[in-house]
Write a protein that binds this ligand. Structure first.
Ligand code: ZN
Length: 176
């Protein structure tokens, strides 16, 4: 793992959109790294309102023993609490991996404006990978999608995690 992002919570002043996206994805990656250190599948998310972070979370399924405790779900709950409203109309969600159908459903319910993700998930992703719930014409809200922001680093972190998990299983005395 290699973290070299600035400590500040705000993106560079007057930066291009791309610089802002990269900055905010860095922050999501930091969350993913925290998940990694906790032995959780390393996915992290932040929600930004006008470029400022209002929620940050990482996957906590094992810690909370809750299959719904994906980074995006926890971040949405935080953002709704921060706003005192379930409508997150002007908010953008940055997540290191393409959202699953559960999270994509919640993202649409909260009316998130943009979803920016790192690596895609063609087997289980619901932002264009397996299916596209974020832009379903029949639903009452659609999000703008940007994919592939810091894609390699997001994917690498997941690869390292699953490789390590396999090695641990192999070296377990009972082989389980
Ligand atoms: Zn999810």
């Amino acid at each position: 793992m290699n973290v070299e992002s600035p400590e500040s919570d705000s993106p560079p002043e007057g930066g291009l959109d791309l610089a802002t996206d990269t900055f905010l994805m860095e922050q999501a990656l930091r969350q993913a790294q925290r998940a990694y250190l906790d032995g959780e599948v390393p996915v992290g998310a932040v929600i930004a309102h006008e470029g400022h972070i209002i929620a940050r979370a990482f996957n906590q399924v094992e810690t909370l023993k809750d299959a719904t405790a994906h980074a995006e779900m926890l971040a949405l709950t935080q953002a709704q609490a921060a706003f005192g409203d379930w409508r997150l109309t002007d908010c953008d969600l940055f997540v290191t991996k393409e959202p699953c159908p559960m999270c994509a459903g919640a993202i649409v319910h909260c009316r998130i404006r943009r979803v920016i993700f790192g690596c895609g998930d063609e087997k289980g992703g619901a932002a264009g990978g397996m299916l596209n719930l974020l832009q379903q014409p029949t639903l009452n809200h659609r999000c703008t999608i940007t994919n592939g922001v810091l894609e390699d680093r997001s994917r690498q972190l997941l690869r390292e995690f699953f490789l390590e998990a396999r090695l641990k299983r192999k070296s377990a005395p009972d082989g389980s």
